[in-house]
Design a protein around this ligand. Structure first.
Ligand code: BG6
Length: 384
């Protein structure tokens, strides 16, 4: 009896056909229960190429053999969203348009494109980050309770979220490119001066958008998504803002409850609630209920890829993307990509080391909010 074979495609998309057909022809991956194909992103460059890639793979292998990887799904805190939502009964009643005002998902990076200019210049933030990582986070936040903690139950529910996203108004999506500046005190060249980037490149290194999930749970709740390179700090953060109390009885009950789920650099979940300041008068201030991984767990978190590669070896596809999910995610971004092809109107620049163009702030302001970049720190706890 031979062992499990894992074929890991971390190759340029142009090689995938040759490799796939070669593996199939030589029956290298012919044992459905033992042989697995891992496909790294980019999974296509648009809907048509992703569909063609799915057809190619499913013609040569069974879907259950194909593991489309998105390393964000292997990150500890992203996995913990499932535990947090579905193992704690207290959140379910609150997790809908009845109590949630809006949701923000930010993936901010300090790094620029570095040596990856050739790949990135044909990709951009929308394809590189939003089509996969941010939409995967969105589906974990938005999904219904799965029938079981089992790959197909979870993937069914996640796919439904992506299929329910309303068409995004493409002209309202913000796109921008980093210009020269300084990130964490270190000088940073502008995007078009990076190696292997076209001098007249229009590729976006920052994108921000608002979208809606058109279903019973989420109708009317704006989801704000943004990502960028060369921003002021590294932060992958989900912020869920709850609605204000409908009938205020305290004059300083002015802050909405917020749940911050920080994926990195810190692994924390914080709930901001109002509390009474000790004293003879009834005065309130927001306080931070804090769950920090370092304090709560003794075990260090494994790297996302450690988890995911072990899952492939064990044949567990829970944290991998199914063909319908990948296509649904492309369908969400296609109107934006198509629109951007027709016009360069609206392209902005932002200085490296800042948090993107002011248009992104205006997008948040259009629903009466501000972006959150980090989870609350000592500020909230500080004594007056
Ligand atoms: C990759 C993108 O998928 O994710 C990179 O191609 C990006 O451009 C990276 O830098 C971010 O991953 P992480 O784990 O550092 O947040």
């Amino acid at each position: 009896m031979r062992g499990t074979r894992l074929f890991y495609y971390a190759v340029s998309p142009s090689f995938i056909k040759t490799i796939t057909e070669g593996l199939a022809k030589n029956k290298m991956a012919g044992m459905v229960k033992k042989d697995r194909i891992v496909v790294e992103k980019p999974f296509g460059t648009d809907l048509t190429s992703a569909q063609a890639l799915n057809r190619l793979l499913t013609k040569n292998f069974k879907e259950e053999q194909i593991y489309r990887i998105d390393h964000y799904l292997g990150k500890e805190v992203v996995q913990n969203i499932l535990a947090f939502r579905f193992a704690n009964n207290i959140f379910e009643p609150l997790w809908s348009n009845k109590y949630i005002d809006h949701v923000q998902i930010t993936v901010a990076e300090e790094v620029g494109v570095g040596t990856r200019g050739k790949y990135y210049d044909n990709s951009g933030a929308l394809r590189d980050m939003i089509q996969n990582h941010l939409l995967q986070i969105l589906s974990v936040i938005g999904m219904e309770r799965p029938c079981d903690y089992a790959a197909e139950c979870i993937r069914d529910e996640k796919a439904k979220v992506l299929k329910s996203v309303s068409k995004i108004s493409a002209p309202e999506v913000i796109r921008a490119q980093y210009a020269e500046g300084a990130v964490a005190g270190a000088p940073q060249i502008g995007y078009t001066d990076e190696v292997n980037v076209a001098k007249n490149s229009k590729t976006e290194t920052f994108a921000a958008m608002k979208l809606f999930i058109d279903n019973k749970r989420w109708k009317g709740v704006p989801f704000l998504l943004r990502t960028g390179k060369c921003m002021s700090q590294k932060s992958s953060l989900i912020m869920i803002q709850f609605k204000m109390t409908p009938h205020k009885i305290f004059k300083d009950d002015e802050v909405a409850n917020r749940l911050y789920i920080s994926i990195q650099p810190n692994q924390t979940i914080n709930l901001i609630v109002d509390g009474k300041i000790p004293g003879i008068h009834m005065r309130l201030k927001p306080v931070n209920m804090d769950f920090t991984y370092n304090d709560a767990f003794c075990e260090p978190s494994p790297e996302a890829y450690e988890t995911l590669l072990l899952d492939v070896l064990e044949g567990d596809a829970t944290l991998f993307i199914r063909s319908d999910q990948v296509e649904a995610a492309w369908k969400i971004v296609m109107p934006i990509l198509d629109f951007w092809k027709t016009t360069s109107k609206g392209q902005k620049k932002y200085a490296a080391g800042t948090d993107g163009p002011k248009e992104a702030d205006k997008l948040a302001k259009s629903i009466g909010v501000q972006w959150a970049l980090t989870s609350p720190n000592e500020e909230v706890l500080k004594c007056d």
